[in-house]
Design a protein around this ligand. Structure first.
Ligand code: S3P
Length: 171
């Protein structure tokens, strides 16, 4: 059984790395946000707008349960997924969890250009983003660190080198 779940903050590369890895390992790939959008028929931004973060977390929980217990897969979670309900324990029970740990300056740099489809960040200025991300990452680390494995991503890493790191870990 090959069940791999990628965990990490927004911008840590979960979706890109997960997809690339799924091509190499020939395992189905799920991006939890994309799956939610497909199941609900609305974008993540629209879901947040319509029913708020709490409503989104309930849908996220339900969709997570639809994927995690069945078959082989690589799943990239949303940045908040491990931090709500008993999601982290549930994922750990069913899959190999890998935390993509990315330095905060790398995250901030990437997210500056990618904040618009992320409801938690979209209304923040660049300065506000940094003061939002720093404490939130600290809180979330407590959950992320429950992962079974951790990959340290350095500012020098690119997609290929990060995929290699994850691949070597799984070998
Ligand atoms: C969120 C991260 C997003 C998405 C939603 C909330 C978060 O996923 O699930 O906007 O709470 O960190 P990505 O980590 O793929 O951006």
């Amino acid at each position: 059984m090959e069940r791999i779940v990628l965990i990490g903050y927004m911008g840590s590369g979960k979706s890109t790395i997960g997809y690339e890895l799924s091509q190499i390992l020939n395992i189905p790939f799920y991006d939890l946000d994309k799956y939610i959008e497909y199941r609900v028929g609305k974008s993540i931004s629209q879901i947040f707008f319509d029913i708020g973060e709490r409503g989104f977390r309930e849908i996220e929980y339900a969709c997570l349960h639809e994927i995690v217990g069945a078959g082989d897969y690589i799943l990239s979670c949303g940045g908040g997924t491990p931090c709500f309900f008993d999601n982290m324990e549930y994922i750990n029970k069913h899959a190999e969890t890998i935390y993509l740990k990315c330095p905060i300056d790398v995250l901030c740099h990437r997210l500056k250009n990618e904040k618009f489809n992320r409801p938690l960040l979209k209304d923040l200025s660049i300065e506000e983003m940094e003061s939002f991300i720093t404490p939130q990452l600290k809180e979330r680390e407590l959950f992320y660190q429950k992962s079974k494995h951790m990959i340290n991503i350095s500012p020098m890493d690119n997609v290929k080198s990060t995929v290699n790191k994850v691949y070597n870990l799984l070998k």
